[in-house]
Ligand binder design. Structure first.
Ligand code: SAH
Length: 230
């Protein structure tokens, strides 16, 4: 009897484990070619990018392009970032177990999921109510119990839950909001595109050490604008 059960379990695994994620090999190729191949070396980041099913974060009409080397529309004039940019911002934030992260601009929820594979808790805020609702539902179905998502204006951060070891802003503005700098923990890192939201921006990395903030300017990037609630 026990043998029969073992065989049945093996069969169901061959059926379900393989068909469970038919995009696994495409996803691994994406990581090898677009991410590791372009210099991302943080093992935790690479592991997370290999794991999160990006095709479940894009609209049905874009599933086939989910692993391609570009941003994709997610509705409401917003986009899910190019995989490399997600990996790059994740690596810059130095994610690790034990850390607490804040993301401004939940969008599809993909960046939040990538962070949540590594850090303890991710707080994420989205200003488009429909996207906030969709992303929260998606993250729940996918079983991300360590992501706390809400609708709102992320400019002010999430004061009740700070300070944060990591703050990632996935929308562009001409300056870094002061409340986000204030909510950065000692030793914390903030990554945000800063520049002209209508054209090109620079990715900025802020690091807080002994209460003082240092700034590094990195790659040129294109993000949708950070909006404000009136
Ligand atoms: N990180 C997302 C991509 C985000 S695109 C992902 O992984 O899919 C940028 C998002 O920021 C958009 O969804 C936009 O609506 C949102 N956004 C813009 N301004 C915001 C603000 N002030 N607060 C919170 N979200 C904002």
């Amino acid at each position: 009897m026990r043998g029969l059960i073992t065989i049945l379990l093996m069969i169901s695994c061959t059926v379900f484990c393989q068909t469970g994620d038919q995009y696994e090999s495409v996803r691994n190729r994406m990581v090898d070619d677009q991410i590791a191949g372009r210099g991302i070396s943080d093992q935790a980041t690479l592991m997370a990018m290999r794991k999160v099913p990006r095709h479940l974060f894009v609209p049905a009409s874009y599933v086939k392009e989910a692993y391609s080397d570009r941003p994709l529309p997610i509705g409401y004039s917003q986009t899910i970032s190019q995989p490399f940019i997600v990996a790059y911002m994740t690596e810059l934030s130095r994610p690790a177990k034990g850390k607490k992260a804040l993301e401004i601009g939940t969008g599809s929820g993909y960046q939040a999921a990538v962070l949540a594979e590594i850090v303890d808790t991710v707080y994420t805020i989205e200003i488009v109510p429909e996207l906030a609702k969709e992303a929260a539902a998606r993250l729940k179905v996918l079983g991300y119990q360590n992501i706390v998502a809400k609708y709102g204006d992320g400019y002010k951060g999430w004061p009740g839950h700070g300070p944060f070891d990591i703050i990632i802003v996935t929308a562009a503005a001409d300056h870094i909001p002061q409340p986000l700098k204030d909510q950065l923990a000692e030793g914390g890192r903030l990554v945000m595109p800063v520049g002209n939201p209508a054209t090109v921006q620079e990715l900025i990395l802020l690091i807080k050490k002994k209460g003082r903030i240092t700034e590094q300017r990195l790659e040129h990037v294109f993000f949708v604008p950070l909006k404000r609630l009136k």
